[in-house]
Design a binder for this molecule. Structure first.
Ligand code: SF4
Length: 576
């Protein structure tokens, strides 16, 4: 690369001299493009390092590949310390005595003109090219392929320099900021933004006023699959560009490569180092569960970047916020338990006459009332640290009480024949003492895995929670998130399947005092859980439909908004 022209009258030289001292990392021209589109988009991509290629991005890449084949585009990579930018130009053309920058765009022009972000992009390229060639670049062409328009821009060097300089300065300012910029662009820009599923602009707007129903820009389901391997002695290997399961008898089965979201290895299932490398490179999570169904650990993609972790850490130090979130979560859980039990009582009229059931329902109502009273009292005053800790402990106490009442009533909902499914006598965790407890624990382990994956996908640190304390090896925030889904994702389908008599003794293995699922039992439980995750439902507040699997990630994103954006939407999901 040539040095910038040594010309004191050249406006470019003065900019270069002023900025050389800054010694900052170079800004990608595509990042300036994002900045001109939406400052929040720039921040999400460049500071929080959230990047996502959507269909538009792939279309654009395909167009460039086609153009390269036709030699209509070349990739010219240029960087300038002086300008503080770097970028890849699509093409350059000779013009009378100089050069013109050419940029191809897949989409349409802005009613025959350039979009502001595209304009800034070519201005920055023109400066890079000018520095590289040592000659002024006075023309840029934006070719919009969707409406076949070629928009020509005549460039005034000083104006171009001023405009790019202002953008670089703003980009640097944002890069140094800890605050994510607010949603401040017209809705139509969000509809075509690749980061809308991470940004959730409609939900942010809705949280402000709760008037207009938000449009769903969050994908309703994920076409990538979670694959469970329960065959003991099986091994996963990499063969070329795909993963293959090798069974103990030597048979092989290829896995659907890029369509895997996560692999869950149950018990004695091996995975090779090469297969792990493949998973890490393709954002495929790998999770290990013990033979008995306990969660062991994970290699999970999407670890949060520093900014997001910092903000979460600060938020979790805020006792008022911690109390508010803990209260909301326990309220959601207990209210859903109550609603579910009431629904069961309506369906089985005879339960209406059972005194234990009536008593349990009253206790749940009372717990909710007391929790509410406690929350209101906490909101009304500034709490000292010991007072705040006491409130948190009481909230945990209400959660525990609601759980005991709920599990005390579950036996009334189960229609099982004692000979093939011994009675459920209340919750026993470590170890599960009967088949129903074994099923509960196994399903919760699957749910825990999904909650860890959802938190990591959002970039949250699962070890920093607000309701659970780090008493075991389990991540507190994953346990927190689970509270919203235990009933909806596992208890309800499980109780339904037990009542349909889908479980037999042969599904379980037992030693004195402990019961766990055998191979076929695990298969059936996984199938039940995974198909529940794919069911769609309508979010009661946001009013749009999405799968339960996506709801977990949505709630994790709404949780992050409690401290990074518009709060108020987390833990509002309720059973109808
Ligand atoms: S979704 Fe909208 S607000 Fe969010 S980054 Fe994209 S354009 Fe900006």
């Amino acid at each position: 690369m040539k040095d910038p022209p040594d010309n004191p009258t050249d406006p470019f030289s003065s900019f270069a001299a002023a900025d050389k001292a800054a010694d900052e990392p170079l800004i990608r021209v595509m990042a300036l493009h994002a900045l001109a589109y939406c400052e929040r988009l720039f921040y999400l991509e460049e500071v929080e390092e959230i990047r996502r290629a959507d269909a538009n991005v792939y279309d654009g890449r395909r167009l460039h590949e086609e153009l390269e084949k036709e030699e209509e585009a070349v990739t010219l990579e240029l960087a300038s310390e002086a300008l503080g930018i770097k970028g890849k130009l699509d093409a350059v053309r000779r013009r009378s005595g100089g050069w013109a920058v050419v940029e191809h765009k897949k989409g349409k022009s802005d009613k025959g003109g350039p979009w502001p972000s595209d304009r800034l992009q070519v201005l920055a390229y023109a400066l890079l090219l000018s520095e590289h060639t040592g000659r002024a670049v006075n023309e840029a062409v934006l070719h919009y392929h969707a409406d076949n328009r070629k928009v020509r821009l005549t460039l005034e060097p000083e104006a171009v320099l001023a405009e790019v300089r202002a953008a670089v300065a703003r980009a640097r300012e944002l890069r140094a900021s800890l605050e994510r910029p607010p949603v401040a662009v017209p809705e139509k820009l969000c509809r075509t933004c690749s980061l809308a599923p991470e940004c959730l602009p409609e939900e942010e707007r809705f949280a402000l006023s709760e008037t207009d129903k938000p449009q769903r820009l969050f994908p309703p389901d994920d076409d990538r699959r979670v694959i469970h391997l329960v065959e003991q002695g099986a091994a996963i290997r990499r063969e070329g560009e795909q993963l293959v399961v090798v069974f103990p008898d030597g048979n092989k089965k290829p896995l659907p490569g890029m369509n895997i979201l996560a692999l869950v290895l149950h018990g004695n299932v091996q995975i090779s180092t090469q297969a792990l490398h493949f998973c890490a490179a393709h954002d495929i999570g790998v999770h290990w569960l013990s033979y008995a169904g306990h969660y062991v650990g994970a290699l999970a993609p999407g670890a949060g970047k520093v900014q997001r972790r910092n903000r979460q850490y600060q938020a979790m130090q805020d006792r008022a916020l911690q109390i508010q979130l803990a209260r909301r979560l326990v309220e959601a859980k207990a209210e859903n338990q109550l609603r579910y039990l009431l629904r069961a009582v309506r369906a089985q009229r005879e339960l209406d006459q059972v005194p234990e059931v009536q008593q349990g329902l009253s206790q749940l109502r009372l717990t909710l009332k007391e929790l509410n009273r406690l929350g209101e009292a906490a909101d009304a005053q500034e709490l000292t640290e010991p007072q705040a800790l006491e409130v948190l402990e009481k909230i945990r106490g209400y959660e525990g009480r609601a759980g005991r009442v709920y599990f005390g009533l579950v036996p009334f909902l189960l229609k099982t024949a004692a000979e093939d499914f011994p009675a459920f006598q209340g919750r026993s965790r470590r170890p599960p003492k009967d088949p129903f407890n074994a099923l509960l624990s196994f399903g919760y382990a699957l749910l825990y895995r999904d909650c860890v994956a959802a938190l990591l996908a959002v970039g949250l640190e699962p070890a920093l929670g607000f309701l659970h304390t780090p008493r075991s090896s389990a991540y507190p925030l994953a346990l927190d998130l689970m509270e919203l889904f235990r009933l909806i994702l596992w208890d309800i389908p499980l109780i339904g399947s037990v009542n349909r008599r889908q479980w037999q003794k042969s599904h379980f293995e037992a030693t004195p005092g402990q019961v766990w699922l055998g191979k076929e039992g695990r298969r059936q439980a996984i199938q039940l859980y995974e198909s529940r995750k794919q069911e769609k439902w309508k979010h009661p507040v946001l009013q749009y439909s999405l799968s339960y699997a996506r709801t977990m990630e949505l709630e994790a994103r709404l949780l992050e908004k409690e401290w990074t954006g518009q709060p108020g939407l987390f833990a509002r999901l309720r059973l109808r």
